[in-house]
Write a protein that binds this ligand. Structure first.
Ligand code: MSP
Length: 521
């Protein structure tokens, strides 16, 4: 096929640099990485963006608490997020920092556009602000605990009274509701969409979009006593990275509107209400979709620094393995729901689904080929109905999982692939190729050929989730790099009979649980 590849632009939230990365950060970016990899394999021209959110009062305070200037502080912490991306095998195409010059220019350009269109005016803000949430709250939204007023998220709030520029958010309610109506897939999952719609229907106040009480932000053009509200600054990163306003018009044209902003449920309002309102007001198309995923707890408990149960992604991958962690995080919880991280659940999936179901199947089949077929891809004969069934399911698997990935239902996509793995295990047991060696060696070759083809399909399809392990599987089949894309799925690129195969090695180690061993004793 000639012509241009279809673009696909996916973004993670940019992370606050007040803290070191934890499982929540790794999770959001992992989901994006899997989609980015899936789309690349499926022939799209992908732009996958992540980065760090470095301005605002929260970061300013964290730097002050460490006794260093905010620039030095953000340089250090931002690097931790870059390192995490490398460690987790994330395939982002760019890493943006909001302290970069390109980003300041983009923010100021958007600001000027909003100002010219009469969407921003100068006033003064008297109200509640939460530094932890970097959010303004109305009196009615606050909750009281032990006589203290708190944000609905439980974060402390402080009273702010200062001159401020405002964005005319109150005027955008009906237009936003119409936008949601015209674009039913804009907010996912559907429960979240309903939440956003009722928030907007409840009526909105104008939004304070500048602060004067600290300096760590993008200066408001023409009024340098003010820095921009950190969320207006942060959201603009999605435009900066593709060349807004005039750095790279072709890239901007190609990748905007973004296909997907992935966010956690706590920051949906900023992405699904404020961001499209800013964009519509500036005459820029809103993104196509915002997906809000749930939150992880640790062994049933809310994760918090004060409890001391923060899950460190480095610890997880060291203990269980990188691909095992990647698999578990996307398989354990229906994507969009909250989920609990539990050691037992992790070990159980790692051992039963990876080591047994997929790992053993590959090992058994490839060892039989190695021993009984001169260590080369066997020659198939006539196919029986059972052969055709399982092969057909493998050939059709991309069509089964593509719509599931497109709706970010990772758990369902993995379930579908593992149903093929389950079929393959049953097929091995039923066909008992080890017994055919003496009675019907030609039939044995056919059975092993079918299984090798199923392994090829599974190996190609799990690349987005477990890139290293999938590569090992595909190496065992001596598949050339150019045969690993999704266009190689199906019968046309079947394994070449007679290709020599290496001695197989286990791909998914079992986790031997010292705790469980102790319990048995
Ligand atoms: N800087 C803003 C985003 C600006 S985007 C224009 C921000 N940063 S954050 O570092 O606080 O959070 C980033 C992401 O981590 C959010 O999507 C949030 O939902 C996610 N998580 C933080 N803790 C989490 C869990 N315990 N579980 C899952 N994800 C969680 O918000």
């Amino acid at each position: 096929m000639t012509g241009h590849k279809q673009p696909y632009y996916i973004t993670t939230p940019i992370y606050y640099v007040n803290d070191k990365p934890h499982i929540g950060h790794a999770y959001t970016t992992l989901a994006c990485d899997v989609l980015a990899r899936f789309k690349r394999l499926d022939g799209f021209d992908v732009m996958f963006l992540t980065g760090t959110d470095e301005h605002g009062q929260k970061v300013d305070k964290s730097a002050a608490a460490k006794g260093i200037d905010p620039q030095t502080f953000t340089d250090q912490v931002s690097q931790n997020f870059r390192d995490l991306a490398g460690h987790m095998n994330f395939s982002n195409d760019d890493f943006i920092r909001t302290t970069e010059e390109r980003h300041k220019k983009a923010c100021q350009a958007l600001w000027n556009t909003l100002l010219e269109k009469g969407e921003i005016y100068l006033g003064s803000y008297d109200g509640w602000y939460s530094v932890r949430d970097e959010a303004f709250y109305g009196e009615k939204e606050l909750i009281e605990k032990d006589g203290e007023k708190l944000a609905p998220t439980g974060a402390p709030v402080e009273w702010v009274s200062e001159p401020s520029y405002f964005f005319k958010l109150s005027a955008w309610g009906d237009r936003l509701l119409k936008f949601y109506d015209d674009n039913p897939d804009f907010i996912a999952p559907p429960s979240r969409r309903n939440e956003v719609i009722s928030f907007v229907k409840g009526g909105m106040h104008d939004l304070s979009v500048s602060r004067t009480s600290f300096k760590w932000g993008v200066p408001v053009p023409g009024d340098e006593d003010h820095v921009m509200y950190v969320w207006l600054d942060a959201l603009t990163n999605y435009l900066t990275a593709i060349g807004y306003p005039d750095v790279d018009p072709a890239k901007l044209e190609k990748f905007w509107p973004a296909d997907l902003h992935m966010v956690g449920k706590d920051i949906l309002r900023f992405h699904a209400v404020y961001w499209p309102a800013f964009l519509l007001a500036a005459d820029i198309a809103p993104p196509k979709r915002v997906f809000a995923h749930g939150w992880w707890t640790n062994e049933g408990q809310k994760i918090s620094k004060s409890i001391g149960n923060v899950i460190d992604p480095y610890d997880l991958t060291e203990r269980y393995g990188l691909d095992q962690t990647r698999y578990f995080l996307l398989r354990e919880v229906p994507f969009g729901n909250d989920g609990d991280f539990g050691h037992r659940a992790m070990v159980s999936r790692m051992n039963s689904e990876l080591a047994n179901d997929l790992g053993n199947m590959c090992q058994r089949v490839l060892s039989m080929i190695h021993k009984n077929c001169n260590a080369a891809v066997p020659t198939p004969g006539e196919f029986t109905d059972a052969d055709k069934d399982i092969l057909g399911k493998a050939h059709g698997m991309l069509d089964t999982v593509r719509p599931l990935f497109d709706e970010q239902a990772f758990h369902k996509a993995l379930e579908a692939i593992w149903s093929l793995v389950g079929d393959a295990n049953r097929y091995v047991d039923e066909m008992a190729p080890w017994g055919l060696k003496k009675t019907d060696p030609a039939r044995m070759e056919t059975v092993l050929y079918i299984l090798a083809e199923v392994i090829r399909h599974v190996g190609i399809l799990v690349q987005p989730i477990m890139p290293d392990s999938a590569a090992k599987i595909l190496d065992l089949l001596v598949l050339a790099d150019e045969k690993r894309g999704f266009e190689a799925l199906g019968p046309d690129h079947a394994l070449a009979v007679g290709t020599e195969l290496p001695k197989p090695e286990g791909v998914f180690p079992r986790f031997v649980d010292p705790e469980a061993e102790g319990e048995k004793a």
